[in-house]
Design a protein around this ligand. Sequence first.
Ligand SMILES: NC(=O)c1ccc[n+]([C@@H]2O[C@H](COP(=O)([O-])OP(=O)(O)OC[C@H]3O[C@@H](n4cnc5c(N)ncnc54)[C@H](O)[C@@H]3O)[C@@H](O)[C@H]2O)c1
Length: 337
Amino acid sequence: MTVMITGGAGFIGSHICVELMHAGRQVVIYDNFANSHPEVINRIRRITGTAPDVVKGDVRDVNTLISTLSAHGCSAVIHVAGLKSVADSVSKSAEYYDCNVVGTLRLAQAMQQTGVRNIVFSSSATVYGEPDVLPLREDHKLAPVCPYGRTKMQAEELLIDIAHSLSPLNVAMLRYFNPVGSHESGLIGEDPNGVPNNLMPYISRVAIGRLPALNVYGNDYPTPDGTGIRDYGHVVDLAAAHIAALDCVDKQRVLKVNLGTGQGTSVLELVDAFARASGKMIPVTFAPRRPGDIASYYASAELAADVLGWHAKRGIAEMCRDAWNWQRKNPNGYLDQ
Ligand SMILES: NC(=O)c1ccc[n+]([C@@H]2O[C@H](COP(=O)([O-])OP(=O)(O)OC[C@H]3O[C@@H](n4cnc5c(N)ncnc54)[C@H](O)[C@@H]3O)[C@@H](O)[C@H]2O)c1
């Protein structure tokens, strides 16, 4: 069975490819390389011993999608491609709706036309917005507070409607919390362009000396140490969940599942854990809260255990160890070929 992975050259997609290939599945990466480096393909080959098939294409290009799905005899799609910066989604909102919502619609249409029925979609915990109750369960109301979160919610909605149409797809929507870490080889990892938006790659770049200090936005939140709490999960655990989702996506038409550990970790706790894993000092400066940031959120991981038989195996220490291993071996990311 060949699985097409849109966004398969990116941080999470590359880890999903490796896990799928280790599980003996054929993959074809479909990516426009807008936020990834072609060297990642070579790294996947070095880890797995096999070069994955690659098509350079955009998820809004129905014709290239159709020819890829047909030519590779795909039986399922993992739809990871998307734009993911909360800040950019405010300043470039049309671009975000085009890529994340229109791109998902075009992909669904290409699947309908080629008879590929099963799709696993990379959604996000941002669909929930400000939590009423913690841990966040999948039946919590959806009220995203930024355009990025709304694009993910709208992509979910259109997939659900198509799942109930006359030409239905089977849809598994995986709501990621905070994926971090890297493959244990240190050959693939998170390599954002410019200044990282996410905490872990920011801390890594401070540790390696590419950035002077970590700005912590807000130390007066109602949390034990005053800094924001998130649910960090190891990207290799997250990748494994996609295999479980592929195996059960056709059992029920629509599945919405959190991929989180159920454990919250504060910014300062993550900084401490990273300092221990790397043996490096992480200088921290405190800055005011950013508008729209949420004090604390973490997942209920019960449904993932029930329906996917999945739970996170790796803890914060392993996440920091592997993130540091990647950064140490690739101080300049994939530019260090
Ligand atoms: N990283 C996170 O913290 C996080 C959290 C929740 C959800 N997600 C979602 O998971 C997915 C993957 O995130 P990531 O961290 O791996 O991001 P990433 O930017 O590393 O990977 C996304 C990949 O998609 C490709 N891409 C972007 N637009 C495309 C288009 N129009 N056509 C084809 N390819 C395109 C990029 O080149 C890149 O390779 C995204 O959909 C993101 O919204 C990520």
